[in-house]
Ligand binder design. Structure first.
Ligand code: GLN
Length: 454
């Protein structure tokens, strides 16, 4: 009830929720109360959560912030949200995002941009909450939910978390089921939570993670009690500082933040080690081949026949064209065109195959440092603090926007877990985050180290 009125009060200005599910929330809360009185409380009993619009929830309108899914109501529930409800959580509504999770600012949403609840000191300029899970991050930061589901294909959990002073973790690829989440780039997509602090993120991830027969890439591996890792000593942990992440033109405040994070971990007893990940600079260009290639294939299903929008034409081919032409936004069309181009006969070897080979090299870089005894890596989460909505340089230059993910994309390419944790404020008084990258399925070390920094 309190959350629903808070949303009513604040969402007009933030545009974080695209819809609330008030009736569902009340029914779920009532059922939760009953379980509580019966003494059958689940791990998340009564906890009110927001759901990124990329997740299917049964009977609730879902659009992935795209016009092409107008009117679509899934008849099924994503495994991640089903897990959360099974533990007693309550659904408040659907959260805004970049269209089909493509973007780093939430500006590609069909619903219009989400506004970051943070402002620069002494300024009214509206800032982006990051993307693509910008609605999730903004809602958590503004206390419009206790936590939120999000997804991360190339930084979409961690960058918005960094821009809003929240905690976001992208777990190891395969930790959460992708069933019922609209696919962007299937070999990179992972679900994870955005939460107010490291402990909440740990509790939520434990509930979200599971092996699932409906997603054969989900992994059959016990889900540890992540909460137990929060606050665990980092004494003796070896934290790697990858020198290639000291990118050219990095603002000094990001550099200083990183130095501060290093000092905090060292003080807590961790050993700091300089390491090298030599193929880092190829991650971003390779990602922008692999991700659009997979997206062009995944988005072929939105043809006006099976889901949502249908714009008629003289024949079926024209109906496809009309539907897709009016259904997809600019950024999504750009990705589909890049994707079909790099997959086309004659270019496949030069682009897609090459990018896959680069991906293997990036993965090996990480394997080498972990093999050498590094337990986790510390890097900045983003190259800057939150920028203004409509920032001219970024609006005109898609590549400048793609650079937002320079520190986060390597992690998806290698399938590793990564957490963004708030670590300080920019000169303008807005949040900045650091990122910890871990070994496959070692989210626990990330929770332990992140709780030293937050
Ligand atoms: N900004 C990146 C992209 O647009 C990452 C998005 C994501 O992680 N979903 O592809």
């Amino acid at each position: 009830g309190a959350y629903l009125s808070a949303i009513e009060g604040a969402n007009g200005a933030l545009n974080a929720y695209v819809a609330t599910t008030a009736d569902k929330a009340r029914a779920m809360a009532a059922a939760s109360d009953e379980r509580l009185t019966r003494g059958e409380a689940g791990a998340l009993e009564g906890i009110p959560l927001g759901v990124k619009d990329l997740f299917a929830t049964e009977g609730v309108h879902m659009q992935a912030a795209s016009h092409v899914l107008d009117g679509f109501e899934p008849r099924y529930e994503s495994t991640v949200t089903a897990n959360l409800w099974a533990d007693g959580a309550v659904m408040l509504g659907k959260l805004n995002m970049d269209e089909f999770a493509m973007g780093s600012s939430n500006e590609s949403s069909h619903y219009g941009p989400t506004v970051n609840p943070w402002r620069r000191t002494g300024s009214d300029v509206a800032l982006v909450p990051g993307g693509s899970s910008g609605g999730s991050a903004a809602a958590v930061a503004a206390h419009l939910c206790a936590g939120a589901t999000a997804t991360d294909t190339g930084g979409s959990i961690r960058q918005p978390a960094a821009f809003t002073g929240t905690v976001g973790i992208k777990p190891t690829y395969g930790r959460c089921s992708r069933w019922g989440i609209a696919a962007y780039a299937s070999s990179l997509d992972q679900a994870g939570p955005i939460a107010r602090d490291v402990r909440d993120a740990a509790i939520l991830l434990r509930s979200m993670a599971s092996v699932d027969a409906k997603d054969t890439t989900s992994v059959d591996r016990e889900v540890p009690d992540y909460e137990a890792a929060v606050g665990r000593s980092v004494k003796g942990l070896r934290i790697g500082i990858p020198r290639e992440y000291r990118v050219e033109g990095m603002p000094s405040e990001i550099e200083d933040l990183w130095t501060k994070g290093i000092a905090m971990l060292r003080e807590a007893g961790a050993e700091i080690v300089d390491v090298s990940l030599p193929h880092t600079k190829y991650a971003l260009p390779a990602y922008y081949i692999v991700a659009p290639a997979e997206a062009s294939s995944n988005l072929a299903r939105y043809d006006g026949v099976r889901y949502g929008l249908r714009v008629p034409g003289r024949d079926i081919a024209e109906m496809y064209e009309n539907t897709r032409a009016s259904g997809f936004g600019r950024e999504v069309k750009r990705r589909i065109m890049i994707g079909t181009y790099v997959l086309s006969a004659g270019y496949y070897d030069a682009y897609y195959l090459k990018a896959q080979k680069v991906r293997t090299l990036i993965k090996r870089d990480f394997e080498t440092v972990f093999h050498d005894g590094i337990d986790a890596l510390l890097t900045p989460a983003t190259p800057s603090a939150a920028f203004a909505i409509g920032d001219e340089n970024l609006a005109k230059d898609p590549v400048a926007m793609y650079l937002q993910d320079v520190f986060t994309i390597t992690v998806n390419m290698a399938g590793l877990p990564g957490i963004a944790v708030p670590a300080g404020l920019s000169a303008e008084g807005t949040p900045l985050g650091l990122q910890l990258i871990g070994r496959p399925f070692d989210e626990e070390t990330l929770f332990a180290a992140a709780s030293v920094i937050e």
